[in-house]
Design a protein around this ligand. Structure first.
Ligand code: PGD
Length: 825
């Protein structure tokens, strides 16, 4: 039987009965059954289907063809409390039900009344009409302008699933049609990924890290520096395994292991494991680390042998520490204390402590989402090099413990590929460089819109911004993830046509011309891994219900467009998503066989819904960079010098004053140390406790955290008292870039002069005609600055932001963003 038939419903009645007889134990997919059988089956009552999501593996309950609830997979050790949102978002009021076109666009075509985007004035159209409009516009721009006029950078976290990757689908389609402008980098670890290849010759913050067990057995001290592994591991780009819970339990039990949390927020994990909270000033991590390094140098505590044998360029960094480097400032503990507000004696104490036993330094990614963000990861590795424990059990550094349970031992399972590759661009017209570069750093989209034909620098190169006329966005939400919303809103008008393909009415959809309703992952078939690092299992992401309203799978939408654009057969290559699911499973099965790991046939896997792998004992004690430590010549770092580069000759050649050739402190444009106190509070817009970026914001999971119906604004007790704010008040957070409402959460778990509003809160403008309109719900990116980290990575600087807060005394406007625009009901 073909994969297509198996998955989409040609199971025989006998096979169906076999499958359903095991349901009590393992669940079954109504989706794999013929329609008639599905109905008969549903009539038997509630059934559960095993599937996976960004929030975890779960059993989806189905009653009479309706998805009615979720229950965490029984082997999930720490289910995400937001999981019920997965079911809620299928039906909630923000669901996009039908293809919609902005009225004036429909009546007058591209460019029409772009000021009215965001007003919600949409007209329902048929699928054919919507698809014709999109195809016609792509064709027109390819013919009349060229591929440089269409921006399909389309950044975003989409849904889990190895096959249904709508961004690759879109890119493949555009490549077959002569290309488009794509994007590079990401909003996540863009600065880190930009600088690391020069320092370690690899991105480092990816894949497996030194195992948790190695830390538990060998470390005396663990320092979580701007890292929140309890919160962030709740989600994953694949399906999270949540195994880190066991690590936290072990940490809590091992009282002799010292834990320090350097963070402006006293995070849950710090309290959970009875750690020491060091509330250093945000945006001053580099001075703090420099003060530590200066102490290590001047008290002769650093590991000279490691520096000598494993690193390059320390002498220049030492000069910088001692005040003979480029800025002529000696980085004494006293100097550092003035910047980071940690007492000088404490800084020296930390330095001594770090070398007194085995120390694991753990960093999160917030400090690299700041202006000059490239400097922090470099500083962090320089400090770890001076401590000299890189490659030793339980020592060194880790930049990924907060994601994908990256200290988990990995199983003996094979890799699971991704099914759709964007392929190569088939040029219809040659692409001259003066028409603009083929890609831009993703976080520079607004610069591109404001400066068509303008020059930009990136990672040693000089390029030209293309003059884009259209964008097609899928699987991402730029009206949440990008900074400085008011500036963005204005720049967005440059697009003559905006197509958004999503399943929910995000602000991005509201600011579109053509809105195409996609299915959620629960309405189609796919396959994923449980545990991006542990690779505990492959899980069938079975269709739980048929598509609701007029939603269509991204795949089907792109096939329809490919048809209209004359590239259907090249696009599909004769396959369906179900074939692709079977293909990548079978490829993995072949790879497994080579390692003597047995896997069931695809058919059996699909019926059962899961194949689990074993964890070899040897993988429990992984130590990152142990081979380099053991033999730095045979296992050299893939850098220019083969060593860890504390100084980079390559970066020096770029001559960037915003990215010097060794880790440096450069005062940012906005921070708590600045003289101007117009906006006296630092805004921390870290990742949310109970969503994935903006996903689930429109769901019932909001009840877990909303304050008085608004996105919470954590504020220190003293700061609140100074402003007459009490817990639960609606507050206005503002600066020169914009203003938002939020719900005050008054607490001592955030240090004074810092507030927190989580990224991903949906943008809800009160009056789209006002360039400084209030966001009624609480999107922090109304307030954040939109500048590149530096010319090297050109990543986001979202965490460089100062604001003021006041109690809101006006009439609180109704929040409207969580219901569809009226015409779309
Ligand atoms: P998501 O909310 O995941 O955010 O930005 P990103 O755009 O990735 O958006 C995904 C969108 O895809 C949602 O609208 C969802 O409905 C849609 N979607 C999901 N599945 C599908 C599908 O199958 N098909 C289609 N068509 N659509 C789908 C995240 C970005 O935000 C990231 S990664 C980071 S790290 C940044 N972090 C910060 C930060 O720390 N602070 C601030 N201030 N801002 C940030 N922005 C960045």
């Amino acid at each position: 039987m073909s994969a297509q038939n198996l998955i989409t419903g040609s199971l025989s009645r006998r096979r169906f009965l076999t499958a359903t007889s095991t349901l009590a134990a393992i669940g079954a997919a109504s989706a794999i059954l013929p329609a008639g059988v599905t109905r008969a089956f549903a009539a038997e009552g509630k059934k559960e289907i095993l599937s996976g999501s960004h929030w975890g593996a779960f059993w989806g309950a189905v009653e009479d063809g309706r998805f009615t609830g979720v229950r965490p997979w029984e082997k999930d050790p720490n289910p995400n409390p937001a999981l019920p949102g997965v079911q809620d978002m299928v039906y909630n009021a923000a669901r996009i039900k039908y293809p919609m076109v902005r009225r004036s666009y429909l009546e007058n075509g591209p460019k029409a009344e772009r000021d009215s985007r965001g007003s919600g004035d949409f007209v329902r159209v048929s699928w054919d009409q919507a698809l014709d409009l999109v195809a016609k516009e792509i064709q027109r721009l390819q013919d009349e302008e060229g591929p440089w006029s269409i921006y399909t950078g389309t950044y975003g976290w989409r849904s889990s699933g190895r096959v249904q990757n709508p961004q690759n689908m879109l890119k493949k389609l555009m490549n077959l049609k002569g290309g488009a402008v794509f994007s590079t980098g990401d909003y996540s670890k863009g600065a880190l990924a930009g600088i690391m290849p020069y320092i370690l010759g690899q991105i480092d913050a990816e894949g497996p890290q030194t195992s948790h067990r190695s830390v538990m057995e060998n470390s005396d001290l663990i320092v979580f520096w701007a890292s929140d592994p309890l919160k962030d591991n709740r989600i994953s780009a694949g399906v999270p395994d949540h195994g880190e819970k066991r690590w936290f339990d072990d940490m809590k039990a091992k009282t002799e292991l010292k834990k320090i949390f350097i963070n402006p927020v006293n995070i849950e994990l710090c309290k959970e494991v009875q750690g020491e909270w060091l509330p250093a000033r945000p945006h001053a991590d580099i001075p703090l680390a420099l003060g530590i390094c200066h102490t290590l140098l001047t008290e002769d505590l650093y590991d000279k042998e490691f520096i000598e044998n494993y690193t390059f360029g320390f002498d220049k960094f030492a000069d910088y520490l001692m005040g003979t480097g480029w800025d002529k400032i000696e980085k004494t503990a006293e100097w550092a204390a003035g910047q980071c507000e940690v007492p000088a004696e404490k800084i020296r104490e930390l330095a001594r402590l770090f070398v007194s036993g085995r120390t694991m330094l753990v960093s999160g990614w917030t400090p690299q989402r700041q202006q000059y963000g490239e400097q922090w990861p470099w500083m962090f590795i320089t400090m770890a090099s001076m401590i000299g424990q890189i490659g030793l059990p339980g020592g060194g550094f880790c930049q990924r413990y907060h994601l994908d349970n990256a200290g988990a031992p990995h199983s003996n399972g094979p890799a699971l590929g991704s099914a759709i590759s964007p392929g190569m661009r088939k040029e219809i017209k040659a692409w001259p460089e003066e028409k603009g570069h083929v890609s831009i750093p993703c976080a520079r989209i607004v610069d591109m819109l404001e400066n068509p034909g303008g020059e930009f620098e990136h990672n040693g190169g000089k390029h030209v911004y293309p003059d884009v006329k259209m964008t097609y966005w899928v699987g991402g939400n730029p009206f949440h993830h990008h900074q400085d919303r008011n500036r963005m809103r204005n720049a967005w008008k440059k697009f003559e046509t905006v197509v958004i393909q999503d399943y929910q009415w995000t602000a991005s959809a509201r600011f579109a011309d053509i809105v195409l309703p996609a299915t959620t992952a629960c309405e189609r078939n796919d396959i994923e891994r449980i545990g991006n690092v542990a690779n505990l299992a492959f899980i069938r992401m079975a269709k739980i219900i048929d598509p609701v309203f007029e939603a269509r799978d991204d795949w089907d939408i792109f096939v329809e467009l490919a048809k209209r654009l004359g590239v259907e057969s090249e696009y599909t290559e004769g396959k369906t998503p179900e074939d692709l699911i079977a293909d990548i499973y079978n490829q993995a099965k072949e790879a497994a066989a080579k390692k003597d790991v047995a896997m069931p046939d695809f058919e059996e896997f699909w019926e059962k819904g899961i194949v689990e792998f074993e964890i070899p004992e040897a993988n429990e004690l992984r130590v990152k960079y142990a081979d380099f430590r053991e033999d730095p010549l045979m296992n050299m770092m893939p850098t220019a010098t083969g060593k860890i580069e504390i100084f980079s000759n390559e970066i020096e050649k770029f001559g960037y004053d915003d990215c010097p050739p060794h880790a440096s402190w450069i005062e940012p444009v906005e921070w708590l140390g600045q003289k101007d106190k117009t906006y006296p509070l630092h805004l921390n817009s870290s990742h949310p406790d109970y969503r994935l970026h903006s996903q689930l914001c429109a769901s019932s999971a909001r009840e877990l955290y909303a304050v008085n119906g608004h996105e919470p604004c954590w504020i220190n007790t003293k700061d609140a008292a100074d402003r007459g704010i009490v817990d639960g008040d609606i507050v206005r957070v503002f600066n020169g870039r914009g203003q938002i409402l939020a719900g005050a959460k008054v607490t001592d778990d955030i240090r004074p002069n810092v507030i927190k509003v989580q990224e991903g809160a949906w943008y809800d403008p009160e009056d789209i005609t006002d360039p400084n309109t209030l966001c009624k719900y609480g999107d922090p990116n109304v307030l954040t600055i939109d500048i590149g980290t530096s010319r090297l990575a050109q990543a986001t600087s979202a965490h460089t932001c100062m604001v003021e807060v006041e109690k809101f005394t006006g009439t609180v406007p109704e929040i409207t963003v969580f219901t569809a625009p009226q015409a779309a009901e």
